[in-house]
Design a protein around this ligand. Structure first.
Ligand SMILES: CC(=O)N[C@H]1[C@@H](OP(=O)(O)OP(=O)(O)OC[C@H]2O[C@@H](n3ccc(=O)[nH]c3=O)[C@H](O)[C@@H]2O)O[C@H](CO)[C@@H](O)[C@@H]1O
Ligand SMILES: C=C(OP(=O)(O)O)C(=O)O
Length: 428
């Protein structure tokens, strides 16, 4: 299994370009199943999750070409409405094919994606919305099956602004009969990107980015060309890497308003940040201070940045209190940071981080994607070498991670494998 070896102590400097957003592409690729035409998508990051989603589309019968960072999907013909269990289990986001298949073909069957290491992640909000629109949904033997004669535009109030439920229901509603209104919808930028993509195919959706989304059903959707928004979590991760290494880094291809909550917290902690158009400069301007933060749905502080900032807090002056309100099991990086010398105490969904003078390189393991990113960040600042196991978690969400970090001056190597990661994966 591949691992990273990171030798800490180098100040990061230079420029890094942020890739297209994983969470946008993971909903836009399933949305291609709604189209009778050809969808050309630019800025698609070469991530292992993207390759899994490509395989899902291909298993359903779509034709997919992936060259560089452009993907062309032709789902005009589909050969099955059942997603193989092996694929649904590999990735939570595979559940996002449900809305499009039900909407266009009136039927879908997939294995329950199940829980994952950060929490149980049920799908009740997705399924309740589909039932309100008229679908018959059965959950048996680990499978979800849904079918409908005709989806009907309806009013759906989400109990929680779930990102996946909002996306699945938007996609279910685009070909439904009449108007669907999703209230208490998630407001994440990836949902706005999905709306723009669907409208490009001929859908009639307004309101994404607010908590009320209105979808006027249309008869069919056609071809489109779309560019994925920059990945705000990758941007935030590089910001923290720059800050912890006392560096001076310019990030290109960033939409600063998508990461205002992260920028505000880093500034409060004493990190220098300057915004210039779609570039952001992050620089050291003295020791950082511990700050408190609480994860919230967008535009609140993103849960997907909780672990990375905790690595910075671990060597900042004073104490910070971190509250995780989105996922019940998202502190798995804490034990690993402790191995590196961090002073962190967890009580239920709160972590109390007391800043220490320095971290020390250790043998640690990534339990999930962002925990892995946090440990890389910690390794950049640690004294000595850190060996990070289970790098495959990081490959889910960071394109050319070690290459980008090395370009900024970090000492990080991938060992035990082909040293390439998914970005160099050969096409079938
Ligand atoms: C591919 C993708 O876009 N993943 C993101 C998406 O995941 P995902 O779409 O799975 O996250 P949700 O917003 O749905 O989940 C948030 C919370 O709602 C709960 N919930 C969700 C659906 C449901 O039917 N019932 C229910 O109880 C979940 O268990 C969790 O506690 O948003 C998360 C929250 O910002 C991010 O961390 C993930 O990176
Ligand atoms: C939790 C994440 O992703 P996913 O929903 O794909 O598991 C993440 O990106 O941090």
């Amino acid at each position: 299994m591949e691992k990273y070896v990171i030798v800490g102590g180098n100040r990061l400097s230079g420029t890094v370009r942020v890739s297209g957003a994983k969470n946008a592409v993971l909903t836009i690729l399933p949305a291609c199943l709604l189209s009778k035409g050809v969808c050309t998508i630019h800025e698609v990051p070469r991530l292992s999750d993207v390759f899994v989603m490509k395989e899902v589309l291909e298993c359903l019968g779509a034709h997919v070409e992936f060259t560089g960072n452009t993907m062309v999907v032709n789902a005009s013909r589909i050969s099955t409405l059942e997603v193989p269990e092996k694929l649904t289990r590999m990735m939570r986001a595979s559940n996002l094919v449900m809305g499009p298949l039900l909407s266009r073909f009136k039927q879908v069957k997939l294995a329950y994606p199940g829980g994952c290491s950060i929490g149980s992640r049920p799908m009740d909000q997705h399924l309740r919305g589909m039932k309100i629109m008229g679908a018959k949904v059965t959950e048996k033997y680990g499978y979800i099956e849904a079918q409908v004669t005709k989806l009907t535009g309806s009013e759906i109030y989400l109990d929680f602004p779930s990102v996946g439920a909002t996306e699945n229901l938007m996609m279910a509603a685009v070909l439904a009969d009449g108007v669907t209104i999703i209230r208490n919808a998630a407001r994440e930028p990836e949902i706005v990107d999905l709306q723009n993509f669907l409208n490009g195919m001929g859908a009639k959706i307004r309101g994404a980015g607010t908590d009320i989304i209105k979808i006027q059903g249309v008869r069919e959707l056609g071809s489109t060309e779309h560019t994925i928004i920059p990945d705000r979590i990758e941007a935030g991760t590089f910001m923290v890497a720059a800050a912890i290494s006392r560096g001076d880094v310019c990030l290109e291809n960033v939409i600063p308003e998508h990461i205002e909550a992260v920028i505000a917290k880093l500034k409060e902690a004493g990190v220098g940040i300057e915004e210039k158009g779609d570039c952001v400069r992050v620089f050291y301007q003295g020791p950082t201070r511990g700050v408190d933060y609480k994860t919230m749905p967008y535009p609140g502080f993103p849960t997907d940045m909780q672990a990375q900032i905790m690595a910075l807090m671990a060597i900042s002056e004073g104490t910070s209190i971190v509250s995780e309100t989105i996922f019940e099991n998202r502190f798995k990086h804490v034990d690993e940071l402790r191995r590196m010398g961090a002073d962190i105490h967890v009580e239920s969904r709160i972590a109390i981080v007391k800043g220490v003078q320095r971290l020390t390189g250790a043998h640690v393991e990534a339990s999930d994607l962002r925990a892995g990113a946090a440990l890389v960040i910690a390794g950049l600042a640690a004294h000595g070498a850190t060996v990070l196991e289970k790098v495959y978690h990081i490959d889910r969400g960071y394109e050319r991670f070690e290459f980008k970090l090395r370009g900024l001056g970090a000492q990080i190597l991938r060992v035990n494998g082909d040293s390439k990661g998914p970005h160099n994966r050969k096409e079938k």
